[in-house]
Each structure stands twice: as C-alpha cells, then as structure tokens.
Design a protein around this ligand. Structure first.
Ligand code: F6R
Length: 604
C-alpha cells in the first residue's frame, strides 16, 4: 500500500523520484521521504508528514545526486509523522532503507537491539532492518542485506542505500511487489510500474525470495541465499499516458468514463463466432479438464469479491457448474476443505492483495488448481496461479475501483461462456450471449450520457445520513457493490440487503430519512422486485430505482438499456458509480484518495 521508487544513473535524481512518488501517491499517502547519495557519498535525507507536495516543499535547492530512493507511506507501525516517514537509517547514517510490508517480529528485534544499546529514532518496524544491516559484519552490501533479512519474519519490498557502496541500490522482495525498470545506462526500481513507465517500459518483476543489485549500467538478480537467478525483461503494455488524468478532474471520473473502451479491450480477439464461444488462451485448462470440474469457488476482496459474486452467478447460469464467491480474507482463516474437483478462481485488480495471495498459496499448498482473474500483468497472484485471464482494464489509479469491476465481470462472462460451451450451453445461447457482450460498449456509452440527470439525483440525496441498497439474485451483488462505492467515496453509511429479505428485518429502518436504491431489472423477478418497492413506499420510504423501465412506485428511476438477463448486472451498477461520484463531489470528499484507504492492500 506504500510506494517505493528508486533510481541510479546520470540524471538529477530528486526531481525524478518526486515525480515517481507522485505517481505512486494513490497507494498510500500519510507521509513521504527521499534519500540521495550526495557528492562525497554521504546519504542526504528529507522527510515530511503529509502529501508528496509537502515533501517537495522541504527538499533544499541544492540537493544534487544521481542515486536515490524514496517512499510514500501509509501508516501501519507508528502514527504518520516526520520521524516515522521512510527512509529509515541507522544512528551513524551509513544505511538508509525504504520498505513496504510488515516485519512481524519487529518488537522482539527492537527489544533485543535496544538492550544492546541501539537507539531508535522512530516507532516503525522498518527501522529495525536499517540497524540490522548496519551492524552486519559481512563484506558486501548484498550479504549485509540478506543476513539482516534472515533474522526477520514478515513481508517486504525494500530498497537499500549504503554510504560505503555508493555505486549500487540493493533491493529485495517477499510478499510486496518490486519491479526493476531497465533503462539505457540508468536503472529504476519501484513497487508499481506506474512510477516507471514514463521512463522505461522494459521491466523485471522480482519473485518472492529474490533480491537484485542495480548499478547505473547493469543489474543482477539472485536469491536471498545468493544464487543467481535469470531475469528476462518484459515490455509493459500500459502507456505512460494511461496514467494521466486525460482532461478529467479526478481519476475516478476518468475511469468511469473510459469503461466502454475498457470493455471493448477485454472482448477484443477473444470471440469465436464459428463455435459461438470465446478463447481464453491463458486458462491452461483443456476441455477434458474443464468438463471434470464439479464446483467453482471464487475468492477476492472488496469490489473484486462482488465481481466474483456476479461471476459465480454467470457460471451457474451459463455453464451449470455450482459456483459461489467468498471473501478471500475469510476463506484463508477457516481451514477450508479443499476439494480436488473444485476449480478455485482468485480475483484481484492489483494482483497483489495479500489476503487473496495468501489464500492462493494455501490452496496451492493443498494441491488445488487455481486460476487468476487479474488486471495487472505479471503481478504476484497472476504468477502464483496455474492459469487465468487478464481483465485488460488498463491502469486503475483511483483508490475506488470502477472500470476494473466492470471489466472483471465481463471477464467472468467470458469464462462462463467458455465453460458453458464446453458443457451444455447451446450454440443459440452462446450466440445470444456473444451478441449481448458486443452490445455492452455502446450501452455503457448510452448510460454515461445520462450523467447530468444522475448528478441531479446525487445532489438530491446527498443529505442522507444512511441509504439502503436492495436487489434480488442478479441484482443483489450489484446492490452490494453500489453500496460499497457510496460509502467508501462519500462516507455516507450504506447497507445492501437482498430485496427478498426486507420483511425479515431491514424494513424496520425504512422512513423518509432513509432512502432506498433498488435494482429492478426486467427479468423473471420483476414483479417480486416491484412488490418490494410497494412495501417501502407504504412506509413512506424514498426510492431511487435503477431499472429498464420507469418504476411507478419509485420517486426517481434511472433507466438503463436492456441486455441479456444474464449480462444486465454488468450495466446496472454503472449509473450508481456516477451516483457515488457526484454525491462525494457534492460533499467535498477527496475522491481519488478516500480517507483511511489505499489502493492495493499488500498487508494483512
Ligand atoms: C473498492 C476497492 C477495494 C478492492 C479490494 C481488493 O473500491 O477498490 O475493495 O476491490 O481491496 O483489491 P484488488 O482487486 O486489487 O485485489
């Protein structure tokens, strides 16, 4: 969730690192810091609580150097403060380190080091590592770092500078991403390609347990035990411009607006009209294996979990394979029964969410087959899985996920269609779904045109202290996701409930001050959903419906274009993304960086 960026080469390092930090700020943002190797090898550090711009204001005019590392922090151990901001150094200022992740045995090590006379300058777990590296008697920086790493337990993505080894940066990874950027007589390191793509698109993603040494014109990778590993650079497909705001005021707005294009991308090159199916090259699942799958279990967190819930319904409907979704964060702690005939699917935008990764690792350890539905190419979950499919949404910068949710659900529709056509889904139904998928981009654009009306509705409801979101079967995960969107970006309390459960409790909440957002698709449950609206109306509840036709009992209806019943959930959440966005805007919220949240949760 924190961000790391580093550079070694010939250019003036401070502006490069500050620019890189700005691109990483969405990952975590309560403090930031930078350290560079000065002219005579000394390490010069500047840190600041707050945003990267606060750090920038503190960087002195004369701060020249061509090697440095920097960090944006999201507090875990110790409150946000100048002292707790990274980089962290030993008392003599020989070693400086930036670190993402958590050192589990930090307190134990801190107590031991304190007893031995070490004075700590911060409350962080990271500082322990700086002292351990500094105390090491090993000859090389690489050995000092690996010796220190051997005494810690926990996760890390880290970069280290040492006064006595000014020609290099040493980096290491275990459970927190580290990407090397390979340039011409210059090398970069970052926790996210976002910080690199403006300079190079040739990258090497380190694996867990791997380290690297970067020099201006060379790099090498090796294990923490010192054996060389092979690292072949790959080309990042995302352009630097796709990280820009592109004329929008926020990334959230930009990412909502580009969904038609994103959906077009996830469909491109995959549809096979001849056999009314789709090709998903990376699944690594031959038809015989696909036919022998008896259950599908989908695991993800937050928005990705909601996308997985819709995915499970699509798989049941189209492939008739029993399927369900569960939060990966719960699954991994309940000693789950792992069944050899179940196919497990891990869903993650970032591909780095620790709870999902840990669930995948546990499943692999127990011999399960795991597929990934992931956005970030080469991410930890994508690498750990036996196969899978990328969702091709392009980079998502706003902490609040929008276009990735939509693309992930479309990717699930493709998976469901693929499995369905291997099993019992007819050619006619296959064609029907393909035609529906092809209509999606145009229909998304149509929905986005209603933005002025959705904005008006958002302003109308923005004074609510709490809102209820209801939906039935296909509409329920849509309601859950819409309620999450509203609460995380506007901070209005929102609760999602199956419409079928209203009478069993939540109806007691209904009154004029508690508006309800209802998902009312034109499917076999339309009349049932209408009955729920009547129940709410009879108790003077205010209703905003998202439906395929005007709803008489609702005070307001947002009408969305009709697709195939199975694919309707993909479209019905989109107006509610705009609704959440405009509510948050009206309330003056920090839209791209909601309080207390970070984009990629790489810690437990
Ligand atoms: C909500 C949101 C989060 C993420 C969740 C999982 O808008 O973005 O709920 O969906 O933290 O993240 P990924 O998909 O990267 O595994």
């Amino acid at each position: 969730m924190c961000g790391i960026v580093g550079y070694i080469g010939r250019r003036d390092v401070a502006p490069l690192l500050l620019e890189g930090l700005q691109r990483l700020e969405y990952r975590g943002y309560d403090s930031a810091g930078i350290v560079i190797t000065g002219k005579s090898g000394e390490l010069r550090t500047v840190k600041a609580k707050g945003r990267v711009r606060d750090l920038e204001a503190r960087v002195p005019k004369r701060f020249a150097g061509t090697t440095g590392i920097a960090h944006t922090r999201w507090a875990t151990h110790g409150a946000p403060s100048d002292a707790n901001a990274h980089p962290h150094a030993d008392a003599a200022g020989a070693v400086s380190i930036v670190h993402n992740g958590i050192i589990d045995n930090a307190s134990e090590l801190r107590a031991r080091l304190t007893a031995e006379g070490t004075v700590f300058a911060s409350e962080t777990d990271t500082e322990v590592l700086a002292h351990l590296i500094a105390r090491s008697q090993a000859d090389t920086l690489e050995q000092k770092v690996s010796e220190a790493l051997r005494s810690i337990e926990g996760t890390y993505g880290l970069a280290v500078l040492h006064r006595d080894f000014p020609d290099r940066i040493v980096v290491a990874r275990n459970g927190s991403p580290v990407v090397l950027g390979i340039g011409e007589k210059e090398m970069f390191v970052a926790s996210d390609v976002a910080a690199l793509v403006a300079h190079t698109r040739q990258v090497v993603t380190l694996a867990d347990g791997e380290m690297a040494t970067l020099k201006a014109d060379d790099f090498r990778t090796y294990t923490t035990e010192g054996s060389r590993t092979t690292a072949t650079p790959t080309t990042v497909e995302w352009e630097a411009e796709s990280y820009d705001m592109g004329g929008h005021d926020t990334y959230m707005h930009k990412e909502i607006a580009e969904q038609a294009e994103a959906v077009d991308r996830v469909l491109r090159g995959r549809i096979d009209d001849k056999f009314a199916t789709v090709h998903l090259g990376g699944l690594n699942l031959d038809p015989r294996e696909a036919r022998s799958v008896r259950r599908i279990k989908i695991l993800g967190c937050g928005t990705s979990y909601h996308a997985g819930q819709i995915g499970a319904q699509l798989i049941e409907e189209l492939a008739r394979i029993p399927a369900d979704a569960e939060p990966a964060s719960e699954f991994r702690y309940r000693n789950p029964v792992v069944d050899p005939d179940t196919l497990y699917v891990a869903v993650s935008q970032s591909g780095e969410t620790y709870d999902v990764l840990a669930a995948v690792q546990e499943l692999k350890r127990k011999g399960a087959r795991v597929l990934g539905v992931v956005n970030v190419v080469g991410s930890a979950i994508a690498r750990e899985a036996d196969g899978g499919t990328y969702v091709h949404a392009g980079p998502e910068v706003c902490v609040v996920s929008t276009k990735c949710f939509t693309n992930t659900v479309v990717a699930f529709a493709l998976l469901a269609l693929h499995l369905g056509r291997i099993r019992d889904l007819s050619v006619a139904d296959g064609r029907r779904i393909i035609e529906g998928l092809r209509r999606l981009p145009g229909q998304i654009d149509e929905i986005l045109k209603a933005e002025p009306e959705i904005k008006r509705l958002a302003l109308h409801f923005a004074d609510a202290k709490s809102m209820l979101f209801i939906g039935r079967v296909r509409g329920y995960p849509v309601a859950r996701e819409a309620s999450l969107k509203l609460k995380e970006v506007s901070y209005i309390h929102a609760e999602a409930y199956p419409a079928s459960e209203l009478k069993h409790g939540p109806l007691a909440l209904v009154e004029p001050a508690m508006p309800t957002v209802a998902i009312v698709p034109d499917d076999e449950l339309l009349e049932k959903n209408r009955a729920a609206l009547e129940e709410i109306k009879a108790r003077s509840g205010r209703i905003l419906a998202v439906a395929h036709q005007e709803q008489e009992k609702a005070d307001h209806t947002i009408i969305v274009p009709k697709n195939e019943d199975e694919l309707d959930p993909i479209l019905m959440g989109i107006p509610l993304q705009l609704f959440a966005y405009h509510t948050a805007l009206a309330l003056g919220r920090d839209i791209d960086k909601p309080r207390n949240l970070a984009k990629s949760v790489t810690v437990e």
